[in-house]
Design a protein around this ligand. Structure first.
Ligand code: SF4
Ligand code: SF4
Length: 318
C-alpha cells in the first residue's frame, strides 16, 4: 500500500475530506472548486436526532452503501481497514461490482424510508456503533462522501452536492465494470446471469442474514466464487495502474444495467411502497452519460459561487 499512499491520501474540498482517489477519478478542476463548509451538518452532535428522530448511533448511516469493487479492494489492501473489509465481503454483502442491497435489504430500506420501519432498523454494517465512526472512511463511496443533511448555502449548496454525488456515483459504476473486465471477467455473460435472477427473486436473499444468498453469489461470481477478495484486489490493482486516465476510462465505458431484474423488483415492491420511492431506488431508462453529469456539476458549482456573492451582498444565505 505504501507505494500508493500519495494517491490514496485523502484530499479536501473546502473543509470536507473526500477519498484521495478522487484526484484521478475526476477532472482536476474539482480540486480547485470553492466549496463552503457545511457546518450545519455537525455529525458528532447530529442535529437530526432531535429534529427528526434519527437514531443517535446510526444517524444517516441508515442504509447499505453501494461501494464499488475497486474501493473494497483498496480497503482490503490497507492494514487499517483490511479486517472490516474482509468481514463485509465474507458476510455476503457483495456481488462482483461491489456491495449492493439484496432484494430483502431493498425491501427493508424502502420500509424505513416510507416510515413503515423505525429509525435504527437499517444500519450500515461498516459503522462502528461504539465510536459512531465509519470504519472505511478513506474508501467510502460517493454518496457517503457528499451527503449533508443541511446546506449552509441553501438550495444552491444542495444542488451542488447532489450533482457531485451523481457524477461520482456514475464514475464509480463505470470504473467497477471496467475493472471487472480488466480482471478477466466476462461482463456480457455476467449481466446475462444477473438478469436471470429476475425469475428466482425469492432465492436471492439469505433468510438468516438478509444478505445475498449463497446460490445467488455462486451464480454471479461464477469462477470467482470463493475468491471474491482476490477479484476485488485485482480490480483495485487495475485502478492503481491507471490512475492517470480514470476519468477518461469511465467516460468511455459502456454502462451495463439490469432492466429485467429491476423491473421484477419494482413489480414485487409496487403493492407495498409508493411509486415515487420505488422510482428513486430503482430508476428506469438509460444511464446519464458522465460528460453530461460533469457539465451539470460545473454548472452547479458556478451557481453556488453566484449564490454566495448574492448572499454576501444581501446578508442572507437562502
Ligand atoms: S450528515 Fe448525517 S450524521 Fe451528519 S449531521 Fe446530518 S444526519 Fe447527522
Ligand atoms: S460506509 Fe461509512 S459513511 Fe457510509 S453509511 Fe457506512 S458507516 Fe456511514
Amino acid at each position: 500500500m505504501n507505494e500508493h499512499a500519495s494517491i490514496l491520501k485523502p484530499i479536501t474540498l473546502g473543509a470536507h475530506t473526500v477519498p484521495g482517489l478522487w484526484r484521478s477519478m475526476l477532472p482536476e478542476d474539482v480540486l480547485y472548486f470553492r466549496v463552503d463548509p457545511e457546518a450545519g451538518s455537525s455529525c458528532f452532535n447530529c442535529p437530526q436526532v432531535k429534529a427528526h428522530g434519527f437514531h443517535p448511533t446510526s444517524r444517516c448511516c441508515s442504509y447499505i452503501p453501494r461501494i464499488p469493487n475497486f474501493l473494497l479492494g483498496l480497503a482490503l489492501m490497507d492494514a487499517e481497514t483490511q479486517a472490516v473489509a474482509r468481514d463485509f465481503v465474507g458476510s455476503g454483502y457483495t456481488i462482483p461490482e461491489g456491495s449492493q442491497v439484496s432484494p430483502l435489504q431493498m425491501e427493508q430500506s424502502l420500509g424505513f424510508l416510507s416510515g413503515q420501519l423505525p429509525h435504527g432498523t437499517v444500519v450500515c454494517p461498516l459503522l462502528d456503533r461504539t465510536s459512531k465512526k465509519c470504519q472505511v472512511y478513506a474508501f467510502r463511496n460517493g454518496v457517503c462522501s457528499t451527503f449533508f443533511c443541511r446546506h449552509d448555502q441553501g438550495q444552491a449548496g444542495a444542488e451542488f452536492w447532489e450533482s457531485l454525488t451523481d457524477l461520482v456515483t456514475q464514475v464509480e459504476t463505470a470504473l467497477a465494470q471496467w475493472a471487472l473486465a480488466q480482471a478477466g471477467f466476462d461482463l456480457d455473460a455476467y449481466f446475462e446471469r444477473f438478469e436471470s435472477l429476475q425469475h428466482s427473486m425469492d432465492t436471492c436473499t439469505d433468510p438468516v442474514t438478509g444478505t445475498w444468498s449463497d446460490s445467488a453469489r455462486r451464480l454471479l461470481f461464477a469462477e470467482w466464487y470463493g475468491r471474491e477478495e482476490e477479484l476485488f484486489l485485482h480490480c483495485a490493482t487495475a485502478i492503481l495502474e491507471n490512475t492517470k486516465d480514470l476519468f477518461e476510462i469511465a467516460g468511455q465505458q459502456r454502462l451495463r444495467q439490469t432492466p429485467g431484474y429491476d423491473r421484477a423488483q419494482r413489480e414485487r415492491l409496487g403493492p407495498r411502497f409508493e411509486a415515487a420511492l420505488i422510482a428513486e431506488a430503482l430508476p428506469e431508462g438509460e444511464a446519464v452519460p458522465i460528460r453530461s453529469l460533469w457539465y451539470s456539476t460545473q454548472l452547479a458549482h458556478r451557481n453556488l459561487q453566484l449564490h454566495r456573492l448574492k448572499a454576501s451582498s444581501t446578508g442572507s444565505s437562502d
